[in-house]
Design a protein around this ligand. Structure first.
Ligand code: 5CA
Length: 450
């Protein structure tokens, strides 16, 4: 993309409505525009990052054997009357009536709808196990929408639902989700710690929230600092291997890590004092096992091996896709702007032309642009007629991990400058070597973008 042809409405001033750094930087970098409280338009660069996160989530869910689909945002109230949640959900649910006076709602989650789909089409235990998921907009009429996309009213969520014959199988689905989530967050450059939590309106006893530690997080958390040393890394995972998924779940949840709702002072105080931490965190996902809470009242049964109908064991599993963008920026920025992890960056590399209009500099930039594009990489070329200082400030603000600076002086010596956004370190090297280096860096981080 050439910046002169793109739509990147960056703001010079700090927007006064933004209280936290991620919200401020998303507005300043021209990623989002608020349309009403907690409801945002995703401008091109914000949309690009959102799609990347979405694609990572799809890749990791499909790797775990989960099946993508799409359900509508608007739901019939009747389904929710069957589960008993139409009245329970309270004012967070946006209720709408259509021209025939039928009660509808903008879905805050989809347990009822997926259970309805399941009961309409699945009849035998032989069709299990089954895990279906979608990534769709949700609406929750939050009392206090704030912090930009972090606590929106309309937000983008991956929600997945498992259907199993037995509790044991459903707990395997729970573990599978836990492992796939760890992998998803690590690919996004994040550490998200599974913590014991409260199930709230979704229900059930077994639930973990995934928290990214950040001072601006809305959740209060308590944990053993040793938990932050564990990484999934590049392990070979067989998602059908119950013992392996169980072992990873235990490894990541054995140490004390809880949100304030389930915090237990006595157990916490038994941790060696130097490892006791209380901090704040951003909840970027949650997994639940709730057994037959929905399948029983809604009649989602299968014929068991003995021919008798049994209600299926279920769980639901969510990732806050739009919130994750805020979480990533909270975890990765400096005073000049965002610092995107390579796995999610909207463009792989920025090209800054120090002397637009200089025939040699222009040609060198075009050649770099073509080389990156031919390699399947996505460069952003700042080809505007602007001062170098302004171009650098924009690149720093929008946070591309790598920048190549091209100017007549360097070109005389056959070199361009390659700068790392995170460390600020620069090196001079011939253009072909810069391309090679960038290609190597991204070899393990290719995610389809827009
Ligand atoms: N049905 C279950 C699992 S699919 C569910 O709805 N879980 S949830 O309530 O925990 O939501 C899943 C994730 O969505 C949360 O972990 C959080 O990351 C994100 N989320 C929830 N509310 C909001 C909100 N108001 N704004 C942005 N993201 C949100």
């Amino acid at each position: 993309m050439r910046l002169s042809r793109y739509f990147l409405p960056v703001l010079k001033e700090n927007p006064s409505e933004a209280q936290i750094v991620s919200h401020r930087l998303m507005l300043r970098a021209g990623m989002i525009k608020q349309q009403s409280a907690g409801i945002y338009s995703w401008l091109p660069m914000g949309f690009k990052v959102l799609r990347k996160l979405e694609n990572i989530v799809h890749e990791e869910q499909m790797r775990a054997g989960h099946i993508p689909m799409l359900m509508p945002t608007l739901q019939s109230a009747d389904l929710w009357r069957e589960s008993g949640r139409y009245d329970d959900y309270g004012e967070e649910m946006l209720r709408i009536s259509d021209r025939h006076g039928r009660d509808m709602l903008y879905g805050p989650t989809n347990e009822e709808m997926i259970t309805d789909i399941f009961r309409s089409h699945v009849g035998s235990y032989k069709d299990l196990p089954l895990t279906l998921y979608h990534i769709q907009w949700k609406f929750r009429d939050e009392v206090r929408p704030r912090f930009g996309v972090m606590r929106g009213r309309e937000f983008y969520m991956k929600d997945g639902y498992n259907f199993d014959l037995t509790k044991e199988d459903a707990l395997h689905a729970y573990n599978r989700h836990l492992v796939s989530y760890l992998r998803t967050y690590e690919r996004m450059g994040l550490q998200a710690i599974p913590m014991r939590a409260d199930s709230g309106p979704i229900g059930g006893d077994d639930t973990h929230e995934f928290l990214v530690l950040a001072d601006t997080g809305e959740s209060e958390v308590f944990y053993d600092s040793a938990v932050t040393d564990i990484r999934l890394g590049e392990r070979d995972i067989n998602y059908d291997d119950k013992a392996q998924c169980q072992a990873i779940m235990e490894e990541f949840t054995a140490l004390y890590a809880r949100t304030d709702e389930t915090h237990d002072e006595a157990i916490f105080n038994a941790i060696p004092e130097e490892r006791r931490r209380s901090a704040r965190g951003i909840e970027v996902g949650q997994i639940f096992y709730f057994g037959t809470k929905y399948s029983e009242p809604m009649g989602a049964t299968v014929q068991g091996p003995d021919g008798k109908p049994v209600p299926v064991h279920m769980g639901s599993h969510g990732i806050g896709v739009s919130r994750l963008i805020g979480a990533i920026i909270e975890a990765s920025h400096d005073e000049n702007g965002i610092i995107w992890p390579e796995g999610v960056t909207p463009f792989h590399v920025g090209i800054v032309n120090l002397k637009q209009g200089d025939a040699e500099a222009d040609a060198a930039c075009e050649a770099l642009y073509d080389s990156f594009t031919a390699l399947g990489l996505d460069p952003l070329y700042d080809d505007r007629n602007e001062r170098a200082g302004g171009k650098f400030a924009t690149m720093d603000l929008i946070g591309l991990p790598w920048r190549i600076t091209v100017g007549p002086r360097g070109l005389k010596n056959g070199v361009v400058e390659l700068t790392c956004r995170r460390t600020g370190a620069s090196e001079e090297l011939p253009p072909e070597q810069a391309v090679e280096k960038i290609a190597q860096i991204y070899a393990g981080h290719m995610v389809r973008g827009l």
